[in-house]
Design a protein around this ligand. Structure first.
Ligand SMILES: *[C@@H]1O[C@H](CO)[C@@H](O)[C@H](O)[C@H]1NC(C)=O
Ligand SMILES: *[C@@H]1O[C@H](CO)[C@@H](O)[C@H](O)[C@H]1NC(C)=O
Ligand SMILES: *[C@@H]1O[C@H](CO)[C@@H](O)[C@H](O)[C@H]1NC(C)=O
Ligand SMILES: *[C@@H]1O[C@H](CO)[C@@H](O)[C@H](O)[C@H]1NC(C)=O
Ligand SMILES: *[C@@H]1O[C@H](CO)[C@@H](O)[C@H](O)[C@H]1NC(C)=O
Ligand SMILES: *[C@@H]1O[C@H](CO)[C@@H](O)[C@H](O)[C@H]1NC(C)=O
Ligand SMILES: *[C@@H]1O[C@H](CO)[C@@H](O)[C@H](O)[C@H]1NC(C)=O
Length: 459
């Protein structure tokens, strides 16, 4: 009897302790607080998420290579991450990561300043080079601190990549367009995809606006026209993944990714701004904003091709980052889009912040924002996506990208052309299975046949 009562008492204490623990755990404020009407709250949320993103980076550790992320992240995603950090600094004023960003961009741009570093070139796609170029271009547009005078400069880096990609335009088949891959020995060379052509279009449009040089605008227009003519941008401004020169670009891979819409939307907005608000480019900006509908559930952004079927791969965890980043800038250079874009960005930012409850600190973010629950995944792409969508809401409070007149980055219209002659692709060997394949976006996705199953989802 006595011992039974004792047991009961123990049990009560134990129950009480457990309930207290559960209670406090439930109360623990580990979700990221976000009040979108208070810029300080937005900056605080961005700072927390940026910290969690940068903790994946090992490139500033002794003995590691500046600019590289560890496996499983491909080279291009590291380039994209430093672009996020340039934006982070421009929108929040927090310069904590400026030094690693400067170091990474300079190291990977290489002595020739064209983002064709020896360790990556053999597996590098036009889109991979494009994403690094975006980060350099953003540095110019945001007046990020300039590199030392004896190093390549931000604007010149973007021009180098533009010049090289213009020289790769291939009208032997398909009446034009860029290949996905730079070198013919790489898998996917014959694929003409939206992201490779979108990156080139985007850089050309931004260089046109930044420098005022009409040659860039002509290339942007020519690329847009080609992309539309082969149907990569469809009649309702759907942006499809790619087409292939093997059949003269007559059939399409119809999968739609968020960043493909974003890369054209952002470029079109630059052309809209460059042309002082032309009706032609406005129609395209509006069309792409309407064409985005497929990427939202209750106004919350999601990756329609893979998210619901839990089939998103490393690269794809990051795609929403770019769409969100670019929507933010579109509000700056085409301010009439403010209401349309904010109606999507605000609920998305709120939903993204609400599920950042993972990891040791209770602040790491997952991929799925539409469910209200943390999905248990974590990584650079998830952090970058949450960071970009949250900081994009600051865009209307910050000055837009600068131009030659107001900026300070030194350009060189001939950058990237001289050294190309000395880098003879025929001297490069393809990677063998023993090599670490480091660069190409979506290679694994193509090989694993994700396109077919994801396509079924959205078709
Ligand atoms: C690398 O950079 C991060 C972020 O600035 C910093 O926290 C870390 O201490 C740096 N590591 C080294 C080895 O410098
Ligand atoms: C190329 O990769 C090797 C092996 O990781 C590294 O030691 C070297 O520093 C890299 N070179 C450059 C220029 O980044
Ligand atoms: C391909 O482009 C080159 C250079 O712009 C031009 O001279 C040539 O006529 C074009 N060829 C075709 C088939 O369009
Ligand atoms: C390839 O397609 C282009 C239009 O994109 C057309 O002008 C050209 O005649 C086609 N070439 C062949 C060989 O079918
Ligand atoms: C835009 O307007 C400015 C100032 O009026 C003018 O100098 C410039 O040529 C215009 N740009 C275009 C592409 O029409
Ligand atoms: C072009 O962008 C600037 C911001 O950089 C903005 O003030 C201006 O209104 C934009 N032009 C048009 C036509 O929207
Ligand atoms: C404009 O850009 C083109 C293409 O890079 C270049 O050849 C030309 O020299 C540039 N013009 C000026 C005035 O900088």
């Amino acid at each position: 009897m006595q011992s039974f009562l004792g047991l009961l008492r123990k049990l009560r204490v134990w129950l009480c302790l457990s309930l207290t623990l559960i209670f406090f755990h439930g109360l623990k404020v580990d979700a990221i607080e976000l009040n979108l009407d208070d810029p300080e709250s937005v900056k605080q949320a961005a700072s927390t998420i940026a910290w969690d993103m940068v903790h994946y980076y090992t490139g500033n550790n002794t003995g590691d290579v500046p600019g590289n992320l560890p496996d499983p992240y491909y080279w291009w995603e590291a380039g994209a991450m430093f672009g996020s950090l340039v934006h982070y600094w421009a929108y929040t004023g927090d310069s904590s990561y400026n030094d690693i960003t400067m170091q990474a961009l300079l190291h990977q741009a290489g002595p020739t300043g064209d983002f064709m570093p020896e360790n990556q070139t053999r597996t590098e796609g036009n889109d991979d080079q494009g994403f690094w170029a975006f980060s350099a271009m953003t540095a110019a547009e945001r007046n990020f601190p300039n590199p030392p005078k004896d190093k390549p400069q931000w604007l010149a880096m973007a021009q180098a990549v533009f010049n090289q990609q213009a020289s790769r335009w291939d009208n032997q088949t398909c009446s034009g367009g860029l290949h996905w891959q730079i070198f013919a020995f790489n898998n996917g060379y014959t694929y003409r995809n939206s992201i490779a052509n979108g990156c080139f279009f985007n850089i050309a449009a931004r260089l046109a606006r930044y420098t005022g040089n009409a040659t860039y605008a002509e290339w942007a227009t020519k690329t847009w026209d080609w992309v539309q003519s082969v149907g990569l941008i469809g009649p309702r401004y759907q942006v499809f993944d790619g087409t292939d020169e093997k059949d003269n670009c007559t059939s399409l891979n119809h999968i739609e990714w968020t960043y493909n819409n974003g890369v054209f939307l952002h470029g079109a907005a630059h052309m809209y701004n460059y042309t002082n608000g032309s009706a032609e480019w406005k129609t395209r900006v509006d069309g792409l904003l309407a064409g985005q509908g497929i990427f939202y559930l209750k106004n919350i952004m999601y990756e329609v091709a893979c998210e619901l079927i839990n089939d998103c791969q490393t690269d794809q965890f990051s795609f929403k980052a770019y769409l969100a980043r670019w929507m933010g800038e579109v509000m700056q250079i085409a301010p009439y889009t403010y209401d349309t874009i904010m109606a999507k960005l605000r609920p998305t930012a709120q939903a993204a912040a609400a599920q950042c409850v993972g990891g040791k600190r209770g602040t790491s973010c997952g991929m799925k924002w539409t469910t209200g629950n943390y999905d248990g995944t974590d990584g650079v792409g998830q952090q970058m996506s949450a960071l970009e969508v949250i900081q994009a809401s600051l865009a209307p409070l910050v000055a837009g990208p600068v131009t030659t007149v107001t900026g300070s980055s030194k350009g060189n219209a001939a950058a990237g052309t001289g050294d190309q002659a000395t880098r003879d692709p025929t001297l490069l060997k393809p990677v063998t299975s023993g090599d670490r394949v480091g660069a190409a976006i979506l290679t694994t996705a193509i090989l694993s046949g994700i396109f077919s199953c994801s396509y079924i989802m959205i078709a």
